[in-house]
Write a protein of this length. Structure first.
Length: 319
């Protein structure tokens, strides 16, 4: 089975051209299943106590080769139940199920298995939680929480302004390059999930904040190994997603906000603010880079809740 997994990952990379992150996620899911099957085989051969003792002592495990024809639907079902007992979320289990389904379908198509044993394997139902948002007052307070006189303050202010003005994902922000900003038309060319490029408008405040940073701070941060990324670390390298989180958290603390503030909260707030002010859902979908409109529709529920709250508070017969 391990060899089949290697062949499948190679197929994803060469024939499907899928991203390294997708390949890694799929590999981890499939190798986790393979490891569970191998351990199951060792337990059958040696007993649970012996296997547990060997693992505790760090001994080399008894080599067990899992043959594809010996795998059954029950094995898959038992493995998913095992992961659920460990406390894995429905979303994480769904990733494993998807990986197993595409793997076994590929094995069947390539005639390595006579049938696709996961064909009727259901996907876990995932509860849709309404995204948290900030109101305009909280957002203004967050933005004002960044001192532009502090070291790299112009950079941090530009980052927050851009996250709120354009609803970018953190990964999209750290990979944004200088050649993808059109200041004249206030437009960004953003490469998002699946290497898809989209155009995203940028507000005046964000453009001005970025321009100040580019003119005053960024030139001083450039080093020999500096690339074309817009936002740089103090060493002149591309910022990491973790560092963006730290910048947002520090700004929230300085602003005295008593809510949990994180980068994606600005993206949620961006979308909700547009919707509540009459923006078309399809336009919001395009700006956020959602492949499916159903992902964007969750913001309609947020707006409905807000409408209900206003109605309940102000209508004389609402209570």
């Amino acid at each position: 089975m391990r060899e089949d997994i290697e062949d499948f990952i190679l197929y994803l990379a060469t024939e499907r051209g899928l991203s390294e992150n997708y390949q890694l996620s799929t590999r981890l899911s499939l190798e986790g299943f393979a490891h569970w099957l191998e351990r199951r085989g060792r337990v059958a051969a040696l007993g649970e106590e012996k296997v547990a003792q060997m693992e505790e002592d760090g001994e080399e495990p008894v080599e067990i080769h899992v043959k594809l024809p010996s795998i059954t639907y029950q094995h898959v079902s038992d493995y998913l139940a095992h992961k659920k007992r460990l406390g894995l979320s429905a979303a994480s289990i769904k990733l494993i199920v998807v990986a197993l389904k595409i793997f076994f379908r590929w094995l069947h198509i390539r005639k390595r298995l006579s049938s696709d044993l996961t064909e009727h394997l259901p996907l876990p139902r995932i509860e849709r939680y309404l995204p948290e948002t900030m109101n305009e007052l909280q957002t203004d307070q967050l933005l004002e929480g960044v001192s532009t006189d502090a070291p790299r303050g112009l950079r941090d202010r530009a980052i927050l302004e851009l996250l709120y003005a354009s609803g970018l994902r953190v990964s999209e922000l750290v990979n944004l390059t200088l050649d993808r900003i059109d200041f004249d038309n206030r437009i960004l060319r953003v490469t998002g999930k699946g290497d898809k490029t989209r155009l995203v408008p940028v507000g005046k405040s964000a453009c001005e904040a970025i321009a100040k940073y580019l003119n005053k701070e960024r030139p001083e941060m450039v080093a020999k190994r500096t690339g074309n990324e817009v936002f740089l670390s103090r060493r002149g390298t591309k910022l990491t997603t973790v560092r963006i989180w730290q910048i947002v958290k520090a700004a929230a603390k300085n602003a005295g906000l008593d809510i949990n503030v994180y980068p994606h909260l600005l993206r949620h707030s961006f979308a909700t603010y547009l919707l509540s002010n009459g923006a078309d859902l399809r336009i919001i979908q395009e700006m956020l880079g959602h492949a499916d409109i159903s992902t964007t529709q969750i913001y309609t529920h947020v707006d409905q809740q807000r409408l209900k709250a206003v109605h309940h508070r102000f209508h004389p017969r609402a209570k």
